[in-house]
Every structure is written in C-alpha cells, then in structure tokens.
Ligand binder design. Structure first.
Ligand code: NAD
Length: 475
C-alpha cells in the first residue's frame, strides 16, 4: 500500500541498492512502513552536476513552457490527492482530511507560480543621456539547494520547488527522512508533467551531512530552508561563509490576543480548533494565548470545552480529529513542557499526558497560571499544549507578545478598529491575522521577521529570493 521509496536524480528514481537506508515508521502504530535510501556523496555530486547542466538550458526556457509544466503539476496533484494524502497520513500522522486538504490546497502554489512566472518583469530607467539605454534585468540565480521538514511535507516542498523552477532555476531538495512519501509524489508529478531531467532532484540523507555538502558546492548558488530556528541559524551561517543567498522560514511562538470587546466564544472555538491542526506541529500555530481579564473566564471555559472534546486517534480513521505527534521527540518535548509548567506552579486544566501506550499520542492540553518566563511561554511548543494567560491593557499585551525573539505569525480578536489598527502596526510579526485565519494562501506573502526568518514565500514576493538583479547600460 505505502509506496516504494527512492531518490530522484537527473530524472531517474533510484532505489536502495548499494545505499544506506532509514526505516520509515507510522507514528500512529509504530510499524515500519517503508525503507528510504539515503544519498551517498556521489549521489549528491551527481544531483548537483545534473542540476547545473539542466540550468544552462532551463534558465533560457520560455516562461510559457515553465508555466505549462507547473499547471500540469497542479492538475495532477488534485487528481492524485487522495492517494498522496493517505500516504502522508501513514508516515506523518495527520488526519486524512487534513492530509488530502494539504495536497489540494497546495496544488495552488504550482498554479500561482505558473501565473507569476509570466510576470518576471525587469524595468527601463530613464537615462540622463538620450543615447543611453538603461535596463534592469531579473535573472534566475542558478542551482538551488532546499531543505524541507516533516510537518507539512507536501506544502513546504511544492512551494520551494515551484518558486525555483518558475524563476528558471534548478533545484536539489532534501526532503524529510521521516515523512518522505509526499516529496517523492511531487517528484513523480513533475516527472509526469514533462520537466526535463536534472531540473528537479530529490535526495534524503543525514541532514547535517547533506546540507554541509550541498551548501559548500561551488555550483550551488542559493539555499532555502524551512525548519527550526536553531538549524536555520547554522545553515545561514554556513551559507554566509560561502556568500550564498538564503531564504529562511523558521520557528515561531505566535501570540493569540483576545480583547474584552471580541466575540469571545467564537474566538475561543476558532483558536482551539486552529491550535490543534496537525496536532499543533505548525510553525504559525497560535501558541501563547493572552486573554483580556474581563473575557478570561468565559474564554477559558469555551476553549477548554472544545480542546477537551477533540477525538484523538489514528489519522486514517475518519472520526479522528487529531492524530499522533509525528515522532517520539515531540512527545518527550510535550512532557518536558508540562513538567516545567507544573514545577513553576502552573495548573494543567485539560490533558497533560501521553494518551496511548502505542503510537506517539499526546492529549490536547491547556495550562493556566503560568509565568511569561516558563518554558511553555518562551520555547516554541510545536505540539498540542496551549498556555492561557490574562492581561489588562493594550500596551502591556503588546510588550509581552513582542518580548520573544520570534516574529512569525500573530492572531488578534477585537471588534475595535482602533485596537486592530494598533496591533497590526505594533506587533512584531511577519503576519497578523485579525478576527480570522488567513495566512499561507498562494497569493499572499508568507514569512517571518526577527529569529523567525528571512524572505517570503508566496505572493508577488515569491520569486525575489530566486532572482538576481542585473543592470545593463548601453550607448
Ligand atoms: P530539528 O531542529 O533537528 O530539525 C528541524 C528540521 O530541520 C528537520 O526537518 C530536520 O531534518 C532538519 N535539519 C536538522 N538539522 C539539519 C541540518 N544540519 N541540515 C539540514 N536540515 C537539518 O528538530 P526536529 O525534532 O526535527 O523538529 C523540532 C523543531 O523543529 C520544532 O520544535 C520546531 O521548532 C522546528 N520545526 C519547524 C518547522 C517549520 O515549519 N518552521 C517544521 C518542522 C520543525
């Protein structure tokens, strides 16, 4: 049922023969479902050389050709979404409807880049001298190396691949070893859509070895990474030592601020459900809940009711609302956050423990009476544990929300236009969602500030990281 796993280099799917491998485990059952080949150094060099050779042609391809391939990929992704989603549930754990939804929604990234690829405009600068023509050209940067994580395996890979290929670059992408099926499905989509060999290469391996090798390669010009801030800083430093361009989509610890004047019950329900999407393993998950004192009791009642009623189980069962965590590391991290909260006098009002002997399940949890310097309020939880704290006024909550070095997303519920204006200006975050959740659409820029990253994916900004600017002056 679960697909055969491979590497994809220079247009060929390469199996396990002669390579080390890693087992792929279903996080709901802990059964081994597949064996993933790990790339050798020779494989990585073959991929880089293939990407470089392909770039020499692909950079001059017509935007219409690139656009047509990306459109075909989007169409095939929608057709294959049930199967790709099912395999993603098996290796990643998220409920089937979330996994299939990830594929159908994120097919739009291929569509969006197909559209924007036809609009990579340069400009003409009026000259001081009538005989001089001054042009600004935007050209593909070259071979890109990208690294994507295990929480949204389809989403994160298709965004980076579509941006690189749409811009006229070629790419080697290291997918997540624990959840490889969706990334390989993307390779198959591009293969079947007629992408020339070498333009896209998919590898897996020991992450630190692969990234060190690819970033140091003189043929690789750009690095794009989605993952933790700690690893992002290491890769950014390495890229800096080789003077390579970077896009970094890193961690967050997003404040969700609910003011007294909000529709409090609706805010509580929306935030509880959004928090538990993908079991909280979402970089933009609302994860620090600040509620104004007058609304606190009412919010907490509704929020805990919704969180406490969520059905946890194997994502393949249609009644499941929240699946297991993707790996044992996340369960251990949740236990650490709960232990630290309790040691500091915090109260666990819902959940607080793992909830099955088999599989990486952790109960949706709510913690109150917790200080802003606790682990739960300062370290990205990346799991289904939600701290709820009270605040008194706007200036206070903005100072507390902005206190961390993270600056990815933020959520605000208020009926006051004045408050909405103030938070949208003063929150230190790459994205501000007011009274609804609206980030991560293909046509809107997605990215963080401060320690949460550099650069945007999506929106009209999407090709900025994949293009270089060249000035041409001619008499
Ligand atoms: P981790 O920090 O070891 O790894 C995070 C990701 O980076 C993984 O996909 C991993 O394969 C990759 N990685 C690690 N070292 C690398 C290296 N030297 N070169 C290239 N890639 C490397 O931790 P983890 O246990 O896998 O994940 C836990 C933390 O990662 C979470 O707490 C969360 O902060 C972060 N994370 C963030 C995102 C995101 O979307 N921003 C996604 C997944 C994980």
């Amino acid at each position: 049922m679960y697909p055969e796993l491979s590497l994809y280099i220079n247009g060929e799917f390469l199996g396990i023969e002669g390579r080390r491998h890693q087992d792929v485990v279903n996080p709901a059952t802990e059964e081994v479902v597949g064996r993933l080949p790990l790339a050798t150094r020779e494989d990585l060099d073959t991929a880089v050389e293939a990407a470089h050779r392909a770039f020499l042609t692909w950079r001059d391809s017509s935007p219409l050709e690139r656009s047509a391939i990306l459109r075909k990929v989007a169409e095939l992704a929608r057709q294959r979404a049930p199967e790709i989603g099912r395999n993603m549930t098996i290796d990643q754990g998220k409920p089937l409807h979330e996994a299939v939804g990830e594929v159908t929604v994120c097919a739009e990234h291929a569509d969006w880049h197909a559209e924007e690829a036809r609009r990579i405009y340069g400009r003409v600068i009026p000259s001081r001298n009538p005989n001089v023509r001054q042009l600004v050209l935007r050209q593909p940067v070259g071979v890109c190396a990208a690294f994507t994580p295990w929480n949204f395996p389809f989403n994160q890979a298709i965004r980076k691949i579509s941006a690189a290929l749409g811009a006229g670059c070629t790419i080697i992408l290291k997918g997540p070893e624990e959840t490889p099926s969706a990334v390989l499905a993307i390779a198959q989509l591009f293969h079947d859509a007629g992408l020339p060999p070498g333009c896209l290469n998919i590898v897996f391996g020991v992450p630190a070895e692969v990234s060190a090798h690819l970033i140091a390669s003189p043929l690789v010009q750009k690095i794009s990474f989605t993952g933790s801030t700690a690893v992002g800083k290491q890769l950014a430093a390495l890229a800096g030592s080789h003077m390579k361009r970077i896009t970094m989509e890193l961690g967050g610890h997003s404040p969700a601020i609910v003011f007294d004047d909000a529709d409090v019950d609706t805010a509580a329900e929306m935030l509880a459900n959004y928090k538990l999407r993908n079991a909280g393993q979402v970089c933009v998950s609302p994860s620090r809940f600040f509620v104004q004192r007058g609304a606190y009791d009412r919010f907490l009642r509704r929020f805990t009711d919704v969180i406490g009623a969520v059905r946890v189980g194997n994502g393949i069962d249609s009644s499941t609302q929240m699946g297991p965590l993707a790996n044992q590391r996340r369960v251990a991290a949740m236990e650490g956050l709960i232990a630290d909260s309790k040691a500091r006098g915090g109260k666990v009002v819902v959940g607080g423990t793992r909830c099955s002997d088999t599989g990486h399940f952790f109960a949706p949890s709510v913690v109150i009476d917790i200080s802003d310097d606790s682990m739960l309020m300062t370290c990205e939880p990346f799991g289904p544990v939600a701290p709820v704290v009270a605040f008194d006024d706007l200036d206070e909550v903005l100072a507390r929300a902005n206190k961390l070095t993270y600056g990815l997303s933020s959520y605000v519920f208020t009926e006051s236009a004045k408050t909405a204006h103030a938070v949208s200006t003063r929150l230190e975050a790459g994205m501000v969602n007011i009274n609804h959740f609206g980030s991560a659409l293909a046509e809107t820029p997605f990215g963080g500030i401060k320690d949460s990253g550099i650069g945007s994916e999506g929106g009209t900004e999407t090709f900025d990281g994949y293009l270089v600017t060249k000035f041409v002056t001619q008499v």
